[in-house]
Design a protein. Sequence first.
Length: 344
Amino acid sequence: MFKKFMGMFSNDLAIDLGTANTLVLVKGEGIVINEPSIVTVQYDHAGKERILAVGHAAKEMAGKTPAHIKAIRPMRDGVIADFHVTEMMIRHFIEKAHKRKRFFSPRVMICVPYGITQVERKAVKESALNAGARAVYLIEEPMAAAIGADLSVKEPRGNLVVDIGGGTTEIGVISMGGLVLCKSIRVAGDKIDQVIMDYIKKNYNLLIGERVAEDLKIRIGTAVPLETELTAVVYGRDQVEGTLVSIEVTSEHMRSAMADTIAEIVDALKAVLEETPPELAGDIVENGIVLTGGGALIRGLDKYLSDIIKLPVFVAEDPLFAVTRGTGKALEQLDSLQHVAYEN
Ligand SMILES: Nc1ncnc2c1ncn2[C@@H]1O[C@H](COP(=O)(O)OP(=O)(O)OP(=O)(O)O)[C@@H](O)[C@H]1O
Ligand SMILES: [Mg+2]
C-alpha cells in the first residue's frame, strides 16, 4: 500500500549505461542527463579513493591528470571493468536526476551491454537500489536500440539492428519481443580512435591523445570517398624529436586508418546474416538494416555497408539517443509488455 502511494509521486527513470556515454531519461520529461561515462578519482596516501568528478567534468580532465588522480572509464569495452567506480557513477547520475525534481523512489529501467555476466547485472541493480530506486529492471542494448529505432519488435517479423557504440558493436536479430540472435564484438568507436592514433603515429611520427583522435574521427572521418575531401590540423608531439608540431590530415587518411576496423564490423554483420534463420532473413531483405549508436554517424557508413551486403541500410533518427529512447519506451510499457524483453 505504501509502495503504491510512493509510486504515485515517482517519475520513473530510464538509464542507458553506455561504455562511452550515460544518458538518463525521466518519464514525462525526456533526456535530462547525457554525459561521458568517465569518473576521476583521487587517491590519498593510504590509497583510498575519492570521487573528484563525474561525466563532462571528468572528461575535461582525462589525459591531463597528475599521478595521484586517475580518470577511469569503468565500463570500457562493454564490460564492467571497475565495479566500485561503476556503482559510484550510477549513484551519481541517479542522484543528479533526483535533484532536478524530488522523486520518491522511482522505478528504474537500465540498459546494459549485451552479454554482461550475472555478477555484473547484480552489481548494476544493486547500485540503483542503493541510490534509492524502488524497483530495477534491466534491458539488453540491442533490444533497446531496436525499440528506440521504432522497429516493430513485437511482431513475428525479423528485424536487424546494428548498434555501434563506444566499446562494443552489437548486431541483433529481433522477432516477437526477443533477441533471436546477437553478436557483440569489442570493436566500435574507441577502437576507431585507437587506430587513428596508431595511423598518425606510424605515418607522421606524431603522438596524439584519444580525445584528439576522436575529434578527428568526428570532424573528418569517413567510410567512403567524399566529393570534397575534408582536412583538419592536429597538434601532437613528434616521436623522434620530442617537439610539439602540427600537421594537416585529410578524410582520405582517415578512411585508410579506419578501413580494417570497419571491415571487422562488416565481418560480424555477415556472420549474423549467415546464421539468421531463412524465414527471418526474408523479412530483413525486405526491411533492411537499421544502424544506431554514435558509430552510425560515421560519414557514409550506411552506403558503405549497403554496397557490401547488398541490403538497404538506414540510420535511425538521432542514433546517439536511440537506445535511451528505447529504454524509455520499454519503461512506459512495463505494465503492458506481454513478451518480457527485460528481467527484474
Ligand atoms: N559524428 C560522429 N561520427 C563518428 N563517431 C561518432 C560521432 N558522434 C559520436 N561518435 C562516437 O560514438 C561513440 C559513442 O556512441 P554511443 O554513445 O552510442 O556509445 P555508448 O552507448 O556509450 O557505448 P556502448 O553502446 O558500446 O556501451 C564514441 O566512440 C564517439 O566517438
Ligand atoms: Mg550504447
